[in-house]
Ligand binder design. Sequence first.
Ligand code: ATP
Ligand code: MG
Length: 569
Amino acid sequence: MLIMEEPKLPEEKALRSLNFIEEIIEEDIRNGVNEGRVHTRFPPEPNGYLHIGHAKSICLNFGLAKKYNGMTNLRFDDTNPVKEDVEYVDSIMEDVKWLGFDWEDRLYYASDYFEQLYEYAVTLIRKERAYVCDMSAEEISETRGTPTRPGKESPYRNRTVGENIDLFARMRNGEFPDGTRVLRARIDMASPNMHMRDPVLYRILHAHHHRTGDQWCIYPMYDFAHGQSDSIERITHSICTLEFEVHRPLYDWFIREIGIYPPRQIEFARLNMTYTVMSKRKLLELVQQGFVSGWDDPRMPTICGLRRRGFTPESIRNFAETIGVAKRDNIIDVSLLEFCIREDLNRRANRLMAILDPVKVVIDNYPEELTEELESVNNPEDESRGKRKMPFSKTLFIERDDFMEDPPNKFFRLAPGREVRLKAAYIIRCESVVKEPETGRITEIHCTYDPMTRSGMPDSNRKVKGTLHWVSAKHAVGVEVRLYDRLFVKENPDDIEEGKTYKDYLNPDSLKVITAMVEPAVKNAQVSEKYQFERTGYFSVDKDSTAQNLIFNRVVPLKDSWVKTEKVK
Ligand code: ATP
Ligand code: MG
């Protein structure tokens, strides 16, 4: 006799309580459902690039399998040849891997099941649970009724099994043009659930499929493919977003009528985020109509956009873990995602001094030709990162807004007669300013320095209120910096006022390109490396950078300083 070991729950690593999906899974494990097996899948349709919402679903599906010693499949739900493409398939695989997940040898395609799905359809026909209908799409839609009014039965509903088998085979053989016939389930035209009113299972579409080529001219509807694909793969827990809750009775009906393995569907609320649109249709439109430079534009909520912007997989996984799963729709503040990347980069990004809006500082009492090499810490959070040398000389750059000619009391930066410390260097004091006569714009700030205040000198610990970052003018390297702001000015761009579209809420100032002056250590920067520019923010080297022409994307400012106003065009 085979004695089955009682399935064990893995020890709780995190202290947080179980989310509702984990509760369901643990209940199933306790009851020995599926012999305690946990098998999930991530089922994207390859009709666009993945976004942060998909990342949540990926982290959830792979995370649950990991937690319960299970497995996760990657399956492409590629039932719509018209909108799908290998470009999307490739990008999806790249993004899932980049996020840190591995489907091992379990890569599947719904299109691999087309023959099996066809057989399932024939099974339904034989049971008088499906029929070929000759009505047009418009007629079908017109006769569906409304949620409160029953639909009208199709005049073709009572065709004989033989006739249906013959017609369905001929549909497959390409005897009929697109749109002339469909296969429908024979359920209930009066059901209060509209999805149960004889839904379409197959349509005729003479279209080339990115995997099956011209082998098929009928294609299953998503609803007829999704649940059965889960069943074929013996998925134990089919996790999907809330809008599929109303489809669940239909999925269960298919599984029951065909008589195959029943996965358990669990719905959770999809991720919505402030200042962001998440629908693939809208994202595609932004790309196609040139509102952004591509799917990987760093302002896009796509995984490749976030990656290019400088987000790390760890920060996205941490974000997904932090927001958790909910049963009701909600909208997450995008600043939480930004918090997660700040927290991660604070630990891993080396510091550099960079001046985004330079104004010249001349140290009058500093020797003309002298250059000193001053040491600065690479990352105060991680001593093992060591130190680097920064050249200091008579002429420096500081940020223009770190100086005020006529400052209020609370201004602890540079002003006439006031002292500040230059980080890792000296205390300086402002003596005078030079202005452009016509505009009054300051062109030079003249200062004196106190030679006793640098590290190793007697007054190195002398305290002053403000500390500024700086770079030596003649050693500075000019780099292109792309400053991103939110892509939309409206908190919820999907909440559209009359006569407008979500595109009316695009932020015209979401990208500003400037030249920053950076300390010479920047020359070692490699593509996709991340830095903290001291006091300004986190920046990542763009993929279009070259050694001669460095380009930095601002991942996120140090503090939350984005525009918050709802200016609407
Ligand atoms: P869209 O509605 O924009 O076309 P989709 O939901 O159809 O997107 P799919 O490729 O079908 O995109 O999604 C793959 C998986 O990712 C599905 O299981 C879906 O539930 C999940 N998913 C998609 N968007 C989100 C989101 N915003 N939050 C959480 N999960 C999501
Ligand atoms: Mg979908």
